[in-house]
Design a protein around this ligand. Structure first.
Ligand SMILES: O=C(O)C(=O)C[C@]1(C(=O)O)C=C[C@@H](O)C=C1
Length: 260
């Protein structure tokens, strides 16, 4: 079943996905035109509606095909753009439903979207300004967004486990809608420190150039920040400023609906 070790294990494994997706995005230049709402390449004209930026279009259409394939039948996955596309490409699969139904759809995808494009991306994409290769760039944005969304919105599962493990303390706080007290009760500063230091280390391990000669250890010779594909301190900061706080926001929102 679901326990604190299991859900923390999931978050730990998700860190790999998050860090790798950031490393992949860092390969490409910023490619600003792909994010411009007014740049009207794409089929905007043909369909007579505004499609937003190229990346927005890419994400929306990618999510539609993935919806058809059944991706969002899993409660672990929440699309950035809700659509009513029925899933028709895959046989139905019996996903587990561990979440409380009234709280299962709690998510902070809008905040993740805003954070990714205005805070994270400008910092991440420093490998030149524009190579015109927007399709590959958008695909790696989608991978980052999906990894971050899955990790952060997994706060629903963490909250479910914490609620089940301590119903006597959570129930009155939920009834009185005491967000601050809920936040305090679910917080473990020790665990947050472990997570932040571990993702920083993962950025060092995954983001170094691997060669056959020379030392294999990190931390001794030339492992300055600039020799990593993504700055380890930037990954630490991403978790400190955004990933963990947003996860906790999801946990609180979930708990507020846990007794509905
Ligand atoms: O592991 C937990 O207990 C969580 O709630 C997850 C998490 C995190 O986002 O990593 C969030 C809040 C806690 O203070 C510690 C860690």
């Amino acid at each position: 079943g679901l326990g604190l070790d299991t859900v923390r294990g999931f978050l730990t494994r998700e860190e790999d996905t998050v860090v790798f997706s950031l490393i992949e995005r860092a390969k490409h230049p910023l490619n600003l035109p792909a994010y411009d709402d007014r740049a009207c390449f794409g089929p905007a004209g043909r369909h007579g509606r505004r499609n937003g930026s190229f990346v927005e279009l890419f994400v929306r259409e990618s999510e539609q095909i993935q919806a058809k394939a059944g991706r969002y039948q899993s409660q672990q996955e929440i699309p950035f753009f809700q659509s009513r596309v029925p899933f028709t490409l895959a046989p139905p699969y019996n996903f587990t439903t561990d979440l409380h139904p009234a709280a299962a759809s709690v998510n902070v995808n809008d905040a993740i979207w805003g954070m990714y494009f205005s805070e994270l991306l400008p910092q991440l994409a420093n490998n030149g300004s524009d190579d015109g290769n927007y399709a590959v760039t958008a695909a790696s944005d989608l991978a980052c967004l999906q990894a971050l969304s899955r990790r952060i919105n997994y706060g629903r599962y963490v909250a479910e486990v914490k609620f089940r493990g301590d119903q006597q303390r959570y129930t009155p706080l939920i009834r009185s809608k005491d967000k601050d007290a809920l936040m305090k009760l679910l917080t473990s500063q020790t665990q947050e420190d472990v997570v932040k230091r571990r993702v920083e280390k993962k950025a060092m391990v995954f983001g170094q150039d691997v060669t056959l000669d020379g030392p294999t250890e990190t931390g001794d010779d030339n492992s300055s920040q600039s020799s990593f594909k993504v700055a380890p301190s930037a990954v630490y900061e991403l978790y400190d400023r955004w990933v963990i706080p947003l996860t906790k926001q999801v946990e609180v929102e979930y708990l507020l609906h846990r007794l509905d």
